[in-house]
Ligand binder design. Structure first.
Ligand code: SAM
Length: 213
């Protein structure tokens, strides 16, 4: 067998092996760790309202959002802030421009800071957040998010919390949640809770995790 083919097979085997380790870890999570709210959406909330409710930003909290898109969650978080602040990043300048237009008042008031940035290389000079979250940011369920988790471990306080929300049209929240948990466990994050919420057009999985000790 040519050397290149052997190397390719070895890489594929390693990926498969790490994926299996993650899945076993996720399966070992106690079912009781699914948080309250699991099940059908009881109050007619949309997915972003629900997610912001799960994050539960206290008025003085410092948050990071990864992949803010149009900045809808930024608006909803800022509506709950007093002394606190949200820094929201997106690798797309177009999305950050849209989020800035939508949140101009909150930016002017110093509650929101919006940056064009890719998570894996985002650095705020050692500044750390109480909570970080991402909604529908595909890297956490596809590919290898090792560098993204490493960046988040540097950006969160040791007692901080990461909230990942994700849904996919082709599969259910159990599958998405298992992949989120597997990815976090592979990077030695401590998975605190896994939950799911069913909406009219999607099932959203939510993972809450703490940085590696
Ligand atoms: C599907 S959109 C979701 C937008 C919004 N969070 C929502 O739930 O409606 C994903 C967004 O994340 C951004 N994104 C994806 N990967 C990223 C990364 N590694 N770092 C920063 N932004 C990222 C994309 O540019 C895009 O705007």
């Amino acid at each position: 067998m040519p050397v290149t083919e052997r190397v390719t097979n070895l890489i594929l085997f390693c990926k498969w092996f790490y994926f299996c380790i993650g899945l076993v870890g996720a399966a070992a999570l106690p079912r009781a760790s699914f948080c309250a709210g699991e099940g059908r959406n009881p109050h007619g909330l949309n997915r972003i309202d629900w997610a912001v409710g799960v994050i539960a930003p206290q008025p003085s909290v410092h948050l990071l959002e990864v992949g803010c898109g149009h900045g809808i969650a930024v608006t909803k978080v800022c509506d709950r802030l007093d002394e606190g602040e949200i820094v929201a990043i997106d690798r797309s300048a177009v999305m950050i421009a849209a989020a800035a237009r939508r949140n101009a008042e909150h930016v002017a008031a110093g509650r929101a800071t919006l940056r064009v940035a890719e998570l894996r290389s985002f650095d705020l000079g050692g500044r750390r957040f109480d909570k970080a979250f991402a909604m529908r940011v595909g890297v956490f369920t596809r590919g290898d998010p090792a560098r993204e988790f490493a960046a988040l471990a540097q950006l969160l306080k040791p007692e901080g919390r990461l909230f990942l929300f994700h849904d996919e049209p082709s599969t259910g929240a159990d599958d998405v949640g298992a992949r989120l948990a597997a990815a976090a466990l592979r990077q030695s994050w401590q998975v605190e809770a896994l939950s799911a919420q069913i909406f009219d057009s999607s099932e959203v999985a939510c993972l809450i995790a703490r940085p590696p000790a």
